[in-house]
Design a protein around this ligand. Structure first.
Ligand code: ADP
Ligand code: MG
Length: 253
């Protein structure tokens, strides 16, 4: 797998990171890191601060205290939002071209290649409104990968889809991740998704009394080379699931 030799290279380190909104602590003193090749799933109940944490990592939200270190220069990242935000007057292909890093010799050919990867051959000239929600989200993934990022951040990218499409896209995202060697960080409220897709799970656990902010615990789940099917078939999936649930129930208690 490409990128395997970089697996332990730290890209981003969070050091005692805290966020407070108008005196309401969202999360407090988070310590963790993102390494190259990780697939990190961030889980936690609604309101636990997943989106806020992602926004801090993306640099669009101010942090209140602590540090976010980029361990090497020029780390590039992209973002896949909950709802696809494609340019409505541009075709699927043009939307992907718009994500391609400037200077690429044949952006159209490259965009076509990526559309192929996400299973949209034959749809390149369709406008977003002519595509289903699941297909639009595929274009969104393609656009995010087009810029050859180091990290793709995703905020509940399957939440607007029905169960069939969710399962399909989960598998697709997994394949894209394993093939590309790109690092993925995905917010999800699905323990099922987290227990199959991840190499690590960050569990956001709100403080019991709500006066403090949420804390974050890291669980190591799967080695990156383990295939989707063997993860699904393995007894270990139940173990991973139980470990996440145990962590979350600590919160509920
Ligand atoms: P999650 O994504 O896990 O559902 P959020 O990060 O959206 O959680 O929200 C975490 C907490 O921060 C919630 O209590 C929410 O009300 C609060 N919050 C989020 N955005 C803002 C904001 N712009 N101003 C004030 N409070 C906010
Ligand atoms: Mg959210």
């Amino acid at each position: 797998m490409e990128g395997e030799r970089y697996e332990r290279e730290t890209l981003i380190k969070l050091d005692d990171l805290s966020k407070v909104y108008h005196e309401n602590p969202v999360f407090s003193r988070i310590n963790c890191e993102i390494s190259r090749g990780d697939f990190i799933c961030v889980v936690g109940p609604s309101g636990s601060g997943k989106t806020t944490l992602l926004r801090c990592l993306l640099g669009v939200e101010k942090i209140s205290s602590g540090f976010i270190y980029q361990e090497s220069d020029g780390i590039r990242f992209t973002y896949v939002p909950q709802q696809p935000t494609l340019l409505p007057w541009r075709s699927a292909l043009e939307n992907v071209v718009s994500g391609i890093f400037p200077g690429v010799s044949d952006p159209k050919a490259q965009a076509l290649e990526i559309l192929k990867l996400v299973g949209l051959v034959g749809k390149e000239n369709a406008l977003p409104r002519q595509l289903s929600g699941g297909m639009q989200q595929r274009v969104s993934f393609a656009r995010a990968l087009a810029s050859a990022p180091d990290i793709v951040f995703m905020d509940e990218p399957f939440s607007a889809l029905d169960e069939m499409r969710r399962a399909e896209l989960g598998r697709l995202v997994f394949d894209l991740w394993q093939r590309s060697g790109v690092t993925f960080v995905m917010n999800t409220h699905s323990i099922e998704d987290a227990s199959i897709l991840s190499t690590k799970v960050w569990v956001m656990t709100p403080a019991k009394d709500r006066t403090g902010g949420a804390s974050l615990r890291v669980l190591d789940t799967w080695p990156r080379t383990e295939s989707f099917d063997s993860r699904k078939a393995s007894d270990s999936q139940a173990t991973v699931r139980a470990a996440i649930e145990r962590e979350i129930s600590v919160v509920a208690a």
